[in-house]
Each structure stands twice: as structure tokens, then as C-alpha cells.
Ligand binder design. Structure first.
Ligand code: ZN
Length: 453
């Protein structure tokens, strides 16, 4: 007679292949979504963010929220809304030598309006290039200091001759709002998993259309899953967006039990996880466990107060258990913040792998429960329950039995399945399958700590 446990295992094995195919398709679909969003000129405010969120609304249940310019958010103020209709530089021969409509990185984000003829000497301090990568257009912003500028290929700049240039930036600053998107998916309890990504970058792919695409596909998965946790996905402009959200939702943050900032998840580098400020929060342990058992190279780095929105979530007044999931950290690849961070730079395989690891973490968090061994005085007799396999030899059988023993031994109401998996040094899903098999034969009972959901 095959044991319940082995039948379960075989069923799981039959699921593995279709799931791999499915994840490859998800990677492709994420890339397609990025291609759709790529041409849009986004900034920390303005129509580009709304246009982006409207596209996401076709896929997930996303609320678009508007916070008026001038709103005080802790030590900051929501800025004026910036929009741009056109921007170019015309040379003395009447040719547009820089044209925003060809690539939105050509215009420095938040550039003030300009309409003026000027000499190259006067124009030059407003032009930015990357001499080390002469074919790439850099990405520059000037959000909180009034300025204007153009970014261009260094090879193009070298063609600029003397004479008067016509400079036009048809941009506007108006009292409008900061726009962000929020997708809240209610689970069995009000305890929350927060997923946050920045939506303020224009035509740049790894940073951070990849994070946006990953958040969308994770939200789709969550909405179809039976879930204990509620999930909140935030699509916000970097820094000012998380500060604004925290300022306006301060009373809700106590629900956040686990969180991830998603950024740069499509390059070919290995996965990097930056721990929360707490360092040993469940999310940090869950991510470390999943990566360790993934069989793939990865890197775990300690928290530092620089980077993305984890800086705000992990500020000492909040100190939320929010880590940052990425591949190659920002600034550590030359394409970062340049036109070379394009659709070719991000790979379907990397996107699919990032998706898979985040799902592993969600599955771990959902399944991480405490149990109570119902036969805790000495070992129960597994053989007569169809759980024990005396046949030695096959490694797989050994660990299945080992997992059963670890779960029985660890289920003393004090330890979660993650505690047990860490101590046993076995993958969480094996420990969880063992717990499910033991539950089925009545050897375990779920234990809920008084006062917990
Ligand atoms: Zn960036």
C-alpha cells in the first residue's frame, strides 16, 4: 500500500512540469506588459503615471488615488504636478538635434519651461551625456530644485557646431496631484503582506518596469489563491510616494506583518535580497530559506538606509518588516539609469525566476503555521497509519521520513513550520507536505496562539 504521504508527493511531482511551462509564459507576459508601458513618459507626478495605472487597471483590481499638490506629508510637501507636451533643441540649420518625442529620456524630468535662442556655450551646462558610453542617453531628474536640461548621446553632442540654438521645453507645473495605485486583496485575516514598487521612471526597464510587472503578476496570483493574509500592492512614485502613503495611512501600518519592495528584477544577475531593518523578521527568514533551497546563486545583504522605498518603510518611526527583492543592486550595472536599460536588457527567464521566488515566499508565509503533536509522548507508530516507509536506500524516502519526524518533534505549539524547516535544514514545502500528511491522519492539530488570527 502506498502511503498517503508518497501519493501526495507523486501528485506534486506531476504538477512540476506544467508549472515550469506556466512560469516561462508568465515571464513572457511580464515582458509584454513592460513593452506596453515602455514608451510612456512617467515622473513622480503627471499624466504618465495615470496612463500607466490605467493600463494596469485592465489586469488587476487597482484603485487610482490622487493626493493634492501642497499636501504636507511628514517633513515633505506633495509637489506641483509636472506635465510635458514637447521638448526639443534645434540647431542653427533648423534641424531638431534633440527631440523628446524620439526618446523621453532626452528631457531631464521636472524640467522648467523654456523657449529661447541661445549659444552653445549657454546651452552646454544644460546638456548631459555619458562619455564612457557614448551611445547611451543618461537619465536625469531635478524634482526639488528648479532647473532644466537635456540628456543625449555623447556621439551626437560631438556633432554640435557653433551658432544659435533654439531651445523649447513646453512643460507645465500646476497645482494638481500626486497619483498612485493601490490594490488591496482581502484575505481571511486583516494581517497584511505589503508589496511596493516605484512607478516614477520613464522609459527604463529593469528600474523599474520589471518591478511593476512582477507586482502585477503577483497580484493576479494572489487574487486567485485561497489566502490567510490580506495583500496590499502599492504602485507609487519613489520616495515621495511611500512618504505620502505612510503619512496618510499611519493607523493602518500595524496590519503589515511582512513586506517587499520590488525593484530591478529582470536583469541576468543573481537574486539579491536586502533584509529589513529588523534583520530577523519573518520575511527575512522566509526569503533566506527560499533562496537557500532554490539551488540557484543568490546574495543576501544587510539593511542600509539608502536605496528604494524600504528606506521609508524601515525608518525608525515605522520599522516595518519590509525587505527589498532585486537582482543586481542599483548602480552596480553600467546600464543603470540610461537608455541601455531597455527591453533587451531584461530577460524573460530572469523575470520568470523572480516571479517564482516571490511566489515561494508567499506560499511559505501562507503555510507557516504552528501545530500541536497529538501523540507527543514518544513517537507514534507511523507504520500502521501508512506513513512510515521502512525501505531504506532511496534518498527521497529518507527525507520524507525525516520530515515527518521533524514535524512531529517540532510541533510543540512553540515552533512554526519555518522554525522546524530551518532546524531540519529541509525545504519548507517538504516540511509542509509532511505536516499535511500528519494532519490528515490526526497526529497533528493546528495551534493558534491566543490572540492571533
Ligand atoms: Zn532609479
Amino acid at each position: 500500500m502506498a502511503s498517503i504521504y508518497h501519493e501526495r508527493l507523486n501528485q506534486d511531482m506531476t504538477l512540476i512540469l506544467p508549472r515550469c511551462r506556466e512560469h516561462g509564459e508568465v515571464g513572457r507576459a511580464m515582458h509584454d506588459l513592460m513593452a506596453e508601458l515602455y514608451p510612456i513618459c512617467r515622473s513622480i507626478t503627471g499624466e504618465g503615471v495615470r496612463q500607466t495605472l490605467r493600463i494596469l487597471q485592465k489586469r488587476i483590481q487597482l484603485e487610482m488615488r490622487e493626493v493634492p499638490s501642497g499636501t504636507t506629508v511628514f517633513d515633505w510637501t506633495v509637489p506641483l504636478e509636472w506635465n510635458v507636451a514637447d521638448a526639443y533643441v534645434m540647431n542653427p540649420e533648423g534641424k531638431r538635434v534633440i527631440n523628446f518625442k524620439e526618446h523621453n529620456l532626452h528631457l531631464m524630468s521636472y524640467s522648467a519651461p523654456v523657449k529661447k535662442r541661445m549659444s552653445l556655450t549657454e546651452l552646454r551646462p544644460h546638456l548631459f551625456t555619458l562619455p564612457d558610453h557614448p551611445e547611451w542617453i543618461p537619465y536625469r531628474t531635478s524634482y526639488y530644485k528648479e532647473n532644466w536640461g537635456f540628456c543625449l548621446r555623447h556621439t551626437d553632442l560631438e556633432q554640435f557646431g557653433d551658432g544659435d540654438y533654439e531651445v523649447v521645453i513646453d512643460s507645465s507645473f500646476r497645482s494638481g496631484s500626486l497619483t498612485y495605485g493601490e490594490c488591496y486583496l482581502r484575505g481571511e485575516t486583516s494581517d497584511e503582506v505589503l508589496v511596493s514598487c516605484h512607478v516614477c521612471h520613464p522609459s527604463l526597464c529593469n528600474d523599474n518596469l520589471s518591478g511593476i510587472a512582477l507586482a502585477v503578476f503577483l497580484a493576479q496570483w494572489v487574487s486567485a489563491a485561497t489566502r490567510r493574509y490580506s495583500y496590499r500592492f502599492l504602485f507609487i512614485p519613489g520616495t515621495i510616494g511611500s512618504i505620502t502613503w505612510l503619512a496618510q495611512n499611519e493607523e493602518m501600518v500595524s496590519h503589515i506583518k511582512h513586506g517587499l519592495v520590488l525593484t530591478g528584477v529582470g536583469d541576468t544577475g543573481s537574486i539579491t535580497y536586502k533584509k529589513s531593518r529588523q534583520g530577523q523578521a519573518d520575511i527575512d527568514r522566509a526569503m533566506a530559506h527560499v533562496l537557500k533551497h532554490s539551488g540557484e546563486p543568490y546574495r543576501i545583504i544587510d539593511f542600509f538606509p539608502y536605496g528604494y522605498d524600504e528606506r521609508q518603510y524601515c525608518s525608525p518611526g515605522f520599522d516595518l518588516p519590509v525587505g527589498c527583492f532585486m537582482r543586481t543592486p542599483h548602480g552596480q550595472y553600467p546600464e543603470y539609469h540610461s537608455s541601455a536599460d531597455n527591453l533587451d536588457f531584461v530577460k524573460v527567464q530572469s523575470l520568470a525566476q523572480s516571479y517564482r521566488r516571490c511566489l515561494d515566499v508567499f506560499e511559505l508565509l501562507e503555510g507557516n503555521r504552528r501545530y500541536l503533536n497529538q501523540n507527543s509522548k514518544c513517537e507514534p507508530q507511523l507504520g500502521r497509519r501508512g506513513l512510515y516507509r521502512a525501505v531504506a536506500g532511496q534518498q527521497e524516502k529518507q527525507w520524507t521520513e525525516l520530515a515527518l519526524f521533524w514535524v512531529l518533534n517540532g510541533s510543540d505549539r512553540h515552533h512554526t513550520l519555518l522554525d522546524i524547516a530551518e532546524r531540519a535544514d529541509l525545504p519548507f514545502d517538504k516540511i509542509k507536505s509532511a505536516a499535511e500528511a500528519l494532519l490528515e491522519v490526526g497526529l497533528l492539530k493546528e495551534y493558534r496562539k491566543p490572540g492571533t488570527a
